[in-house]
Design a protein around this ligand. Structure first.
Ligand SMILES: Nc1ncnc2c1ncn2[C@@H]1O[C@H](COP(=O)(O)OP(=O)(O)O)[C@@H](O)[C@H]1O
Ligand SMILES: [Mg+2]
Length: 155
């Protein structure tokens, strides 16, 4: 398991970080977004969507738990805040699809996530800076963690 930490000083930077990752994603990638309400998860997904050339605005779904956005790659935005423990929304079919999955509140479905998912832990609230710890295992992500390190560390 390796890890890098990114500091984001504004919502604009959180979006920028989403765009940075979007440029480096491939079909089947799964991003798990941990963190409290207000820590910047949806803002990050808005950046992902911009980077994937999605034209529609990304919102926080209240009743729909999975929304597909159509860009250069499909983006499956999941918000599982209201998921019952262990409930399966057909996650595997999304992971095996042509798109990338970005999952808010992934805790409730831990058993379904692939071992090689990228895990992002958001911290911070209100007007203050956000930190994001990015953790991954496996060969898929090590070049990406290195790229994040090069772009974001020591700024
Ligand atoms: N790096 C940041 N610095 C300051 N505010 C931020 C940052 N990133 C996001 N925000 C703001 O935090 C608020 C909550 O963000 P949101 O993405 O909805 O959080 P979550 O989806 O984790 O509940 C938004 O008003 C957003 O503009
Ligand atoms: Mg959210």
């Amino acid at each position: 398991m390796s890890e890098v930490e990114v500091v984001l000083r504004s919502a604009r930077e959180t979006i920028g970080f989403g765009r940075f990752l979007a440029d480096r994603l491939r079909p089947g990638d799964v991003l798990l977004l941990f963190g409290d309400l207000g820590s910047g998860k949806t803002t990050f997904v808005q950046g992902l969507a911009e980077g994937l050339d999605v034209r529609e605005p990304v919102t926080s779904p209240t009743f729909v738990m999975i929304k597909t956005y159509h860009g250069r790659l499909p983006l499956y935005h999941m918000d599982l805040f209201r998921l019952s423990e262990g409930e399966d929304l057909g996650f595997l079919e999304y992971f095996e699809g042509d798109g990338v999955s970005a999952v808010e509140w992934p805790e409730a479905a831990e058993a379904y996530w692939p071992a090689e998912a990228l895990r992002l832990y958001f911290d911070g609230a209100g007007e203050s800076t956000r930190t994001v710890r990015v953790r991954a295992t496996g060969a898929r992500w090590s070049p990406l963690l290195e790229a994040i390190g090069d772009a974001y560390l020591g700024r």
